[in-house]
Design a binder for this molecule. Sequence first.
Ligand SMILES: Cc1cc2nc3c(=O)[nH]c(=O)nc-3n(C[C@H](O)[C@H](O)[C@H](O)COP(=O)(O)OP(=O)(O)OC[C@H]3O[C@@H](n4cnc5c(N)ncnc54)[C@H](O)[C@@H]3O)c2cc1C
Length: 378
Amino acid sequence: MGKNIIIVGGGPAGTIAANSLAKKLKKEEASITVIDKTGKHVYEPGLLYLTFGEQDPKDIVRNERDILNKKVSLIVDEATKIDTKREIVELKRGDKLHYDYLIIATGARLCPEEVPGMKEGAYHFYNVDEALKLKDALNKFDKGKIVIGVGGVPYKCPPAPAEIACFLDYKLRRKRIRDKVEIHYLSPLPRIFPIESIDPIVKEIFDKEEIKYTTFFNVESVDPERKEVKSLEGETIGYDLLILIPPHKGSKVIEDSLLGDRGGWVPTDRYTLKVKGYDNVYAIGDATDLPISKSGAAAHYEAKVVANNIASEIKGNESLDKYNGKVVCICDSGNKAIYLKFDYDHPPKSTRPRWIYRLLKLTFNKLYWHTVAKARFL
Ligand SMILES: Cc1cc2nc3c(=O)[nH]c(=O)nc-3n(C[C@H](O)[C@H](O)[C@H](O)COP(=O)(O)OP(=O)(O)OC[C@H]3O[C@@H](n4cnc5c(N)ncnc54)[C@H](O)[C@@H]3O)c2cc1C
């Protein structure tokens, strides 16, 4: 009888793993099931473009069933408990599914409630509804001070707050109102950009475009009445419009199954991607505690490693593939972009912003659905 492979989470990580496995294994070798609570697949890099009216929700959200290989079953339900002793995943509506192999790909959970005043006082663009609200607010904004900050670390796509600052600068210049709007960027780190080797380039852009910044600003609370954001370091900064990346935690099922660390991130071996202490349980994508950017690119490469190794094992071969921390990412500033490639041992090399990289990103945004998501070509 074939093996039962259960994948919890149908975002990029879970979908790419499922589609890769479906290509490698025959029906009689394994049954592959994805459990996703929404049944929708969101291409989150598109959220930045949604915020500035360059993409629509239909461009970045698809039905998960339409992306999955026909050999993969989809269950649209929430996993409420993962019981690693009995090798069972429990679903909200009561089903209990046995697994031989489990892949945890539950992503990250946005927790704006963790910052007092954030829900009432700040916008963000980390999901479709909030990105559309921010889009409306920005369309109406014609003068004053926009403050951009981070509500807590870690958060997915570490370059995204700096990207939106640059995007905003570019769009306001095109609207010819840049001189009426101050942009102030708050970084929780001692530098602007999370990656040290790239920070000087981003600093140069911020200085040239007159984007103000304050480093070591770890957000403590927001006062929506006074329109002020306060830091743990004791600073207070006023705003007219505040964009704050919400704090992130692991999925609730990870907490409820006692599988995570304090933040709900799954302790994961950085090379094999096995959940520490288990031989048949893997974690990939944003759900892990890996020391690498929470990014779709990492999710993609991790999913391929896990799919290769599970398929090899089922076929009776040795499983040898290791994840080396590879991430490829293009940071778009509205008219140009920076191309970054790095792994556990090699930080990204310094690179200049170029329009060709932006073109590459815009093309990739369209190709994603037909290539990466379907585990084709790349
Ligand atoms: C604004 C923004 C811009 C970004 N830009 C880039 C970029 O340019 N490049 C890049 O590489 N990355 C980018 N990212 C990051 C990237 O989108 C994420 O890292 C990626 O989506 C992670 O994939 P994932 O499958 O691990 O998690 P997710 O995409 O979060 O998917 C997790 C899935 O699990 C499901 N789930 C969770 N809990 C349960 C449960 N209990 N039961 C059932 N289902 C569950 C959820 O419904 C979801 O479908 C960006 C992110 C944002 C927010």
